[in-house]
Write a protein of this length. Structure first.
Length: 366
């Protein structure tokens, strides 16, 4: 590996430390290196509204008594150029005497979009863009998706037997996959801005949909699709620390007010069939700064999201067990007449988690 690649790798490792922390701000890491090649400062993005990676790294160097005059900064995203909740990082780097910036990617945020690199260059700082771009993009796949397409990155999680059964015909489903797979699933919940489910799952399981199996400084927002507002007022998702959002097509004003009194946000988005307009819902969630949307729902909602092309990635945990015919499946898609009508996927990652298989597969857009 070149020196650039090695330092960028360290910056990417720092960015990963912001995985559960910085939402909806992207996870960014920064490493400051002096002329002798010594790392003199490290930082990663803090909680939204908090300091960015570059500022944390500059503070780290200062706290250790290191001068940043003539240093090189390795950053996994272009230093910002805007006055948001914090000051522009490109100016902080220039003021600190940084001479060279190696960035993995340009920030797709229209408020930045190349201006950070341009300002650095204008100030005489040498700028190189590209090392670590693939990893940096993966870390912030939801942020990039939202900025570039106005949509969250939708990741649909399901646990099933090896032959795709999520429950027996009688509804029994606890537990097909292992505790290790369930804990791993909480990691993916924790990195998401929001967890989405359907009213069927709420009525059947009364899930909490929060993160319990891994330590996290913040909880994802819970979102429920509930066309007819059947949700009981004592549902666990309504008691969560982060207020719940419900999408509905109902106009039941007393129920809407009772839910609002609990702190719930109720959004009416009917389609022409009187159900929730899922495409409009996903766009609305992006407006609410949802980068990664983690779906844990039943076959009906899963099928509707997939059929409408609203899912980007499947996260499947498959237990080494066969459950045969007559079971429930991951997604109601049918009945299909042609194999070509199925949802085309491309494997992205396959791993073993405990005794189970974890498959990450991405939807192929036609
Ligand atoms: C950086 N370094 O570590 C991150 C950046 O509201 P603010 O002020 O926190 O700005 C948020 C925007 O800053 C965010 O949308 C993205 O464009 C950029 N994130 N920039 O220089 C960082 N996390
Ligand atoms: Zn910044």
């Amino acid at each position: 590996m070149t020196d650039h690649a090695i330092y960028m790798q360290e910056a990417l490792g720092l960015a990963a430390q912001a995985l559960f922390l910085s939402n909806p701000n992207p996870r960014v890491g920064c490493v400051l290196v002096d002329a002798q090649g010594r790392v003199i400062g490290r930082g990663f993005t803090q909680q939204a509204g908090g300091p960015h990676a570059e500022v944390m790294a500059l503070r780290d160097a200062a706290a250790q008594g290191h001068s940043t005059e003539g240093a090189t900064a390795y950053v996994t995203l272009e230093p910002c150029a805007h006055h948001g909740r914090t000051g522009p990082c490109c100016d902080a780097l220039i003021a600190a005497g940084v001479q060279q910036v190696v960035g993995a990617m340009t920030d797709p945020n229209p408020l930045v979009a190349g201006q950070g690199f341009a300002r650095l260059r204008a100030a005489g700082v040498a700028v190189q863009v590209g090392p670590g771009a693939t990893e940096a993009h993966e870390l912030n796949i939801g942020f990039f998706h939202r900025m570039q397409r106005g949509l969250p990155w939708v990741r649909l999680k399901a646990a099933a037997s090896l032959d795709g059964a999520t429950a027996l015909g009688n509804g029994l489903s606890q537990w097909i996959t292992s505790p290790a797979a369930r804990d791993d699933g909480h990691h993916w919940r924790a990195r998401a801005c929001a967890v989405l489910t359907g009213i069927g799952t709420v009525l059947a399981d009364d899930p909490q949909l929060n993160v319990r199996a891994v330590a996290t400084p913040r909880q994802p927002q819970v979102v429920v699709v509930d066309s007819r507002l059947r949700i009981p007022l004592d549902a666990k998702v309504l008691r969560a620390a982060s207020a719940c959002i419900i999408y509905t097509s109902s106009t039941n004003q007393p129920k809407i007010e009772a839910l609002q009194a609990l702190g719930t946000t109720v959004i009416q988005l009917p389609n022409t069939q009187g159900q929730v307009d899922l495409a409009a819902m996903v766009r609305d969630l992006a407006q609410r700064q949802i980068n990664e949307l983690h779906v844990e729902a039943g076959a009906i909602l899963n099928g509707a999201l997939l059929a409408q092309g609203l899912v980007d990635e499947l996260l499947l945990y498959l237990a080494p067990q066969l459950l045969g015919l007559g079971c429930r499946g991951i997604a109601a898609l049918g009945p299909l007449e042609q194999l070509s009508q199925g949802v085309a996927l491309q494997l992205h990652d396959v791993a073993q988690v405990g005794p189970d298989l974890r498959v990450l597969a991405r939807c192929v857009r036609g």
